[in-house]
Design a protein around this ligand. Structure first.
Ligand code: NAD
Length: 330
């Protein structure tokens, strides 16, 4: 089974080869992103393997079909970058890695919360410059604060456990109420209650049409003054110009982002010698109470190992015409 892997980084190649020690899959690694200019690289392959910012539009899927591709294997959990209807009508199944390490993403979420609250980036820079003043570094106790989780699936649930461990009150909104999560001590509430009551709001729902720009100007207006907003899910959950307005007015006190709506043009590449063209992103980086990381929440040893193992298993199941347990739409 020949598989063209797109957006390959050295760590992907290493982990996929390690998971394929039996040699059941023949990988061709491409550094380039999958889009309408690059899909021809899939010629003479049976499947393609794609990541979060590869573009699986209907045009690309049609092109893949014409090049003989029979399976799309995502090496990620989210699938907002895939036109599922187009895949379905082309008869190409799409498989993914639904869970590889909710701990990786949840722990990065908490790292952002702690770094924002205790101003760790500034504190560290100051000490390097022999400035030991504490002015401007005042934080708050997490203990007793209300943390609002939007989405209590695999990742949201781990964030809930960690924040309960800090002694926070955890409020949550999800379309599915989980008695297991309630028993942990989480209180489910409406979206509006979570937005209005929380000192810290963290997003853990997928990006789908109903959740696009869930955090917009109207939602921000309902939030507590000085709220901390954290997004490690998908950039499109937030209307970025609206949070810039919230930061400018002081309504929003802190923002921690691992994802950004227009990240496909930026993230995962070294752009340090280029002129930043995205003015909205550039404005976001001017605020001292904003931390942005470049979609690295998933990036732990355990997650890479699990992503590669599940991806190879998904490919082998297809090769052996077995049931595709991780298929998105049957
Ligand atoms: P999950 O499927 O386990 O949980 C998602 C939760 O959202 C579910 O409980 C579901 O009921 C809820 N939900 C879905 N639609 C909703 C709606 N319209 N309103 C309210 N609730 C809704 O997913 P997960 O593994 O916890 O991952 C969450 C998201 O994190 C993924 O969709 C992905 O986009 C993102 N993610 C980011 C990274 C990263 O590196 N930053 C890594 C992995 C996943």
């Amino acid at each position: 089974m020949r598989v063209a892997v797109f957006s390959t980084k050295p760590y992907d190649e290493k982990s996929l080869l390690a998971a394929n020690q039996d040699g059941l899959v023949q990988f061709t690694f491409h550094r380039t992103r999958l889009d309408q200019n690059s899909y021809t690289l899939s010629s003479n392959h049976d499947a393609i393997c794609a990541f979060v910012n590869d573009q699986l539009s209907s045009k690309v899927i049609q092109g893949l079909k014409e090049h003989g591709i029979r399976l799309i294997a995502l090496r990620c959990a989210g699938y907002n970058n895939v036109d599922l209807k187009a895949a379905q009508s082309s008869g190409i199944p799409v498989v993914r890695v639904p869970a590889y390490s909710p701990h990786a993403v949840a722990e990065h979420t908490v790292a952002l919360i702690l770094a924002l609250n205790r101003k760790l980036i500034h504190a560290s820079q100051r000490v390097r410059e022999s400035n030991f003043s504490l002015d401007g570094l005042l934080g708050f106790d997490l203990h007793g604060r209300t943390v609002g989780l939007i989405g209590t699936g695999k990742i949201g649930m781990v964030v809930a456990k960690i924040m309960l461990g800090f002694g926070c009150r955890v409020l949550a909104y999800d379309k599915i109420l989980s008695p297991e999560i309630e028993r942990m001590g989480v209180q489910f509430a409406t979206l509006s209650e979570v937005i209005r009551q929380s000192h810290i709001i963290s997003l853990h729902v997928p990006l789908i049409p109903e959740t696009l720009h869930l955090v917009n100007a109207q939602a921000i207006a309902q939030m507590r003054d000085g709220v901390m907003l954290v997004n490690t899910s998908r950039g499109g959950l937030i209307d970025t110009p609206a949070i810039i307005d919230g930061l400018k007015s002081g309504k929003i006190g802190y923002v921690g982002l691992d994802v950004y709506e227009e990240e496909a043009a930026l993230f995962f590449e070294d752009k340090s010698r280029e002129i930043l063209q995205d003015d909205i992103f550039a404005r976001l980086l001017t605020f001292s109470n904003v931390i942005v990381t470049g979609h690295q929440a998933f990036f732990t040893e355990e997650a890479l190992h699990n992503i590669a193992t599940t991806t190879v298993r998904n490919l082998v199941m297809f090769k052996e015409a077995r049931h595709l347990e991780n298929q998105i739409l049957k």
